[in-house]
Ligand binder design. Structure first.
Ligand code: LLP
Length: 383
């Protein structure tokens, strides 16, 4: 829901652009901090969701750590004053250059995904005479009930070490003297709205912890990743995700040892609702069966609908028409998949009307493409 003064402001700007409501981000951060502090949980922000300057500044200020999946993200987190001791570095394919950067900066932890990777981290750490803190990313084989492209915790996914490989990994670790095993890492998927998936994860983690207990391996840190979903259908009613219920599941079902710290890597739930893609109607075209509203934003600015058939609420900000009509809301890119929504009911549109595509703060601007030599999309912030 946008105030008329904000809409008036939009009218004077070149479209498309991302609009970020920083006061909503602050309110969301307050909630996540309050709810996690209750249990002494550590939250790392998953930079991959959004790396915009103003957003990173606020998240760092709120005291969150950083979860990075590339050397560039590690560098960015450091540049924005995230403490190295709060930076986790994950990813199934870390290059030597990226590992070296993380070693030099003595980050909190590498989340490691394979024996081969552990060997490389050890070798590079030996060269630098450093000890690398490592958490093993274990594939818990838990169903996340989300889109198949963003399910990551199943045996058939490329991510993590499978349970049956664990003894071999532990044997090999004995020889890797420059690696310090400090914990375990899990991540079952993203946009998870059925929270029972997290309960299943807790139960699985308890079992896996027993495996380590039986071998007298002490682990200081358990990291359960991210994945908390947001309400794409009702962005105004549910602007802030229910962090309390989310963290309570872990308090209720995960058995932590006295010396253990629990970590989370939340991306979407922190930034999704504060972002909106604002676009203009370029043309309204009457098709045989459908009418098309052709926007000046396309899959190059917001890829999620084309890539995952993701739903984003589409609203008209300026049309005053009393009658409504169904439109296929599409972009200008030369691809049929460049479509934000089919048969969307909107007040009758005309050229120049402003359109808001909601809940695009996470995995929106960061996934921008330069295909068709599109201009870089701009960001505009509101406090
Ligand atoms: N930790 C790990 C290891 C991850 O792979 C991810 C996301 C996160 C944390 C953060 O998850 P979140 O809290 O944001 O759900 N581009 C897709 C989402 C890809 C998520 C990749 N991993 C989308 O637009 O839906």
């Amino acid at each position: 829901m946008f105030r008329s003064t904000t809409i008036a402001n939009f009218k004077t700007r070149e479209t498309p652009f991302y609009f970020y409501d920083l006061s909503l981000l602050e309110a969301t951060l307050n909630e996540v901090v309050k709810a996690s502090q209750k249990y002494n949980y550590h939250v790392h922000y998953a930079l991959k969701a959004n790396t915009n300057d103003e957003i990173l500044k606020l998240i760092q200020k709120a005291g969150l750590g950083a979860d990075c999946v590339s050397g560039n993200e590690v560098e960015k987190a450091l540049a924005y004053q995230f403490a190295p001791t709060k930076i986790a570095f994950a990813g199934v394919g870390k290059s030597d250059k990226e590992i070296n950067l993380a070693l030099e900066n003595e980050i909190f932890c590498f989340n490691s995904e394979s024996i081969q990777e552990l060997e490389v981290i050890n070798e590079l750490a030996v060269e630098k005479n450093k000890i690398a803190n490592v958490a093993l990313r274990i594939n818990p084989n838990v169903m996340a009930n989300t889109h198949r492209y963003i399910t990551t915790g199943l045996e058939e996914n490329k991510f993590g070490i499978n349970m049956w490989e664990l003894s071999t990994v532990m044997d090999r670790l004995k020889d890797l003297k420059n690696i310090k095993l400090i914990g375990l890492h899990f991540h079952i998927g993203s946009q998870i709205t059925d929270l029972t998936a997290f309960k299943s994860l807790c139960i699985r983690v308890n079992e896996i912890q027993e495996w380590f207990d039986n071998r007298n391996v002490l682990l200081e840190h358990i990291n359960v990743g991210g994945g908390l979903g947001v309400d794409y259908h009702n962005p105004d009613e549910n602007a802030i995700p229910d962090f309390e219920t989310f963290f309570k599941i872990f308090d209720d079902f995960l058995t932590l040892k006295k010396h253990q710290t629990l970590h989370f890597e939340l991306g979407r739930s922190i930034v999704a609702q504060c972002g909106t893609l604002i676009s203009r109607v370029l043309y309204v075209k009457n098709g045989v069966k459908t009418d098309f509203a052709i926007l000046d934003a396309g899959m190059t600015e917001l890829l999620r609908p084309a890539l995952y058939q993701a739903y984003h609420k589409i609203e008209s900000l300026t049309s005053k028409a009393d009658i409504s009509q169904k439109y296929d809301v599409v972009g200008p890119i030369c691809e049929s998949s460049d479509c934000f929504g089919k048969a969307i009911e909107l007040p009758e549109l005309k050229r120049g009307d402003l359109i808001a595509i909601r809940t695009t703060g996470a995995y929106g601007q960061v996934m921008e493409l330069s295909y068709n030599l599109r201009d870089k999309v701009k960001a505009f912030y509101h406090t």
